[in-house]
Design a protein around this ligand. Structure first.
Ligand code: PBG
Length: 326
């Protein structure tokens, strides 16, 4: 049945009609808000490369997390900025490390928001790599020991979920085994399964001061040219016990999100990364884009491609915008 009997514009005539036939809806409950936590007290430093995002000391972080919760956002994911770094990233698995302290405070003072933690040592290593370095190479299996400890100390501090982002082989299995052995059988793992070696993490690296001091991350993060390999990564992480799998970055990798959706039945998360956020902010500041519309269009597209969960620095603004439209 074609034109003139079929007219697709019939269902686009008015907002109520468009609303009735809309296929995808975004909700505050889909969102996870990434937050940076640092040492000291009464600190709230804006991140130059990410306007509107801050490094918080734990006391101020708590107030902000209360705000996040009141907007209906179910979870935050924490990134730590420690005051000391070394070649093994030992401050990442210190039971009194910055993230471990933040988890305890949030669980104590804002009990019903989910606290997810990023498990990766790059913010804590002096060389900025996500693994232990030997003879200029990033060694896989030794790094797993650090990741085990990091995940276990997060769970022991009260984390509701851990999210390994390092891209070492076997990390999900190692972390699952470690958590189970210590009685954290109910702590889910959200695996950064298909994490690409993207240029779009640059603003984050300024925020976390985690740029590698030599080389790059291409020996462990995925080649942006590869799609089938992403499915192998996802399969491997599920096999090892991941509960949720993530694709990262989000908007340039919608094909990967859609392929993952067609392949697996676990929840799929997508990370709208720092560069995706900062590009929209910068274009809006220059007057080239309507910020709110660009934000909503990008988030909706990520959802439409098949993501159930979106990690985004826009979480608060999007939740506010969604509330205004109710
Ligand atoms: C690794 C990690 C990174 C991001 C999340 N986890 C940095 C990296 O891989 O270089 C980037 C997130 C973003 O750009 O928003 N700890």
């Amino acid at each position: 049945m074609a034109f003139p009997r079929q007219r697709l514009r019939r269902l686009r005539q008015s907002e109520p009609l468009r609303r009735m036939v809309r296929e995808t809806a975004l909700a505050a409950s889909d969102l996870i808000y990434p937050m940076f936590v640092t040492t000291g007290r009464d600190r709230r430093e804006e991140i130059g490369s990410m306007p509107g995002q801050y490094r918080w000391s734990v006391d101020l972080l708590i107030k902000e997390v209360m705000d996040v919760k009141s907007l209906g956002i179910p979870a935050v994911i924490l990134f730590g900025i420690p005051d000391r770094k070394d070649d093994r990233g030992t401050s990442a698995f210190d039971p009194n490390g910055i993230v471990q302290q933040a988890i305890r405070s949030i669980k104590d003072q804002v009990p019903d928001i989910l606290v997810i933690t990023d498990v990766c040592i790059d913010e804590y290593t002096s060389h900025g790599h996500c693994g232990i370095v030997k003879d200029g190479r990033i060694v896989n299996d030794e790094t797993l020991e650090c990741l085990r400890e990091m995940a276990r100390t997060h769970a022991a501090a009260g984390a509701d979920m851990v999210a390994p982002s390092d891209m070492m082989d076997g990390r999900v299995g190692a972390i699952r085994e470690e958590l189970d052995r210590h009685g954290f059988t109910e702590t889910p793992i959200m695996a950064y399964a298909a994490k690409y070696a993207s240029c779009l993490y640059a603003p984050f690296r300024e925020a976390a001061d985690s740029s590698p001091t030599f080389g790059d991350r291409r020996s462990y993060q995925m080649d942006v040219a590869n799609a089938r390999e992403a499915l192998r990564e996802i399969d491997a992480d599920l096999e090892e016990g991941a509960d949720i799998v993530m694709v990262k970055p989000a908007l340039p990798f919608l094909d990967i999100i859609a392929a993952a959706r067609g392949r697996v039945d676990v929840p799929i998360a997508a990370y709208q990364v720092s560069g995706e956020y900062s590009m929209i902010k910068a274009a809006a500041r220059a007057g080239w884009l309507d910020e709110s519309r660009a934000m909503m269009e990008s988030l909706l597209s990520i959802k439409r491609a098949g993501a159930d969960i979106i990690l985004t620095y826009f979480a608060k603004e999007a939740a506010c915008a969604l509330r205004a439209h109710e």
